[in-house]
Design a protein around this ligand. Sequence first.
Ligand SMILES: [Zn+2]
Length: 298
Amino acid sequence: MVTTIDLRFQDRDNAIAAFVLKTKVGPVLIETGPHSCLPALEAGLRKIGYQLSDVQHVLLTHIHLDHAGAAWTFAQQGATIYVHPLGLPHLHNPEKLLTSAKRIYQDKMDSLWGDLRPIPIEKLRGLRTGERFAIGGLTFKALHTPGHAIHHIVYSMGDVAFTGDVAGVKIGETGPVVPPCPPPDINLQDWEKSIALLRKKMYSSLFLTHFGEVKKPKPHLRELEGRLHNWANWIKPYWERGIPIEEVLPVFIAYVEKSYDLLNMSDEDRLRYELANPPDMSVGGLYRYWSKKTGKAT
Ligand SMILES: [Zn+2]
């Protein structure tokens, strides 16, 4: 059984989740969330009878701070951190991750993400593409699923999957499915292939870090693919004309808001989407995608 813990990111519910599986060797934690959310994670674990130090296995879908920011604290308590080999060096030496995050978030860095420290190499376990591994009687398969991040893994477990960000963001029953598109790795072709892989697996449920269980993967993935293309193609002409990101941002926000209006989304829900998937990140990420694809700088 999967326990979903709401990490109450920025004091809001349903924006960032972590998942816990009970096994004979203690809890397996999938995603740690940001370091700033550790108290909520601790409270969630306590509710099901665990302490933070009981967690000896942490599975990360990718190393972005909203998914992996607290991994180092578990490593300090002896946990093994599972990650894609391309993400592993950045957890061992988070200098680069920290520098780029500080550049983006500036003085909000601490309140958003908290602290970030290196993880000793012996606590990091790189997973090969398609690798199967077992923990306490549960078997997982690591599916390499780039598109959102080059080092993204989906953890397949029986007929369910923990999809990180590659299966998009969907908050609440009626919320739209949106693709989080932050720099620097967005790649539409890779993402399409990853979606096709998930579709082929015919999962009964997907567990999204933003936020929770999706019981109808098929229409969900169709909506994700549609919106991914829609956003990328919407942004392309602005990029082609060399319009600065800060000028596109309000127009993009208005465009996204219009689709939210059609769904009669509440202000609370809009805020959750913004926290899980900041629009300025997506404009930046898609600009970078088009630049890389065409080999032209903006
Ligand atoms: Zn995320």
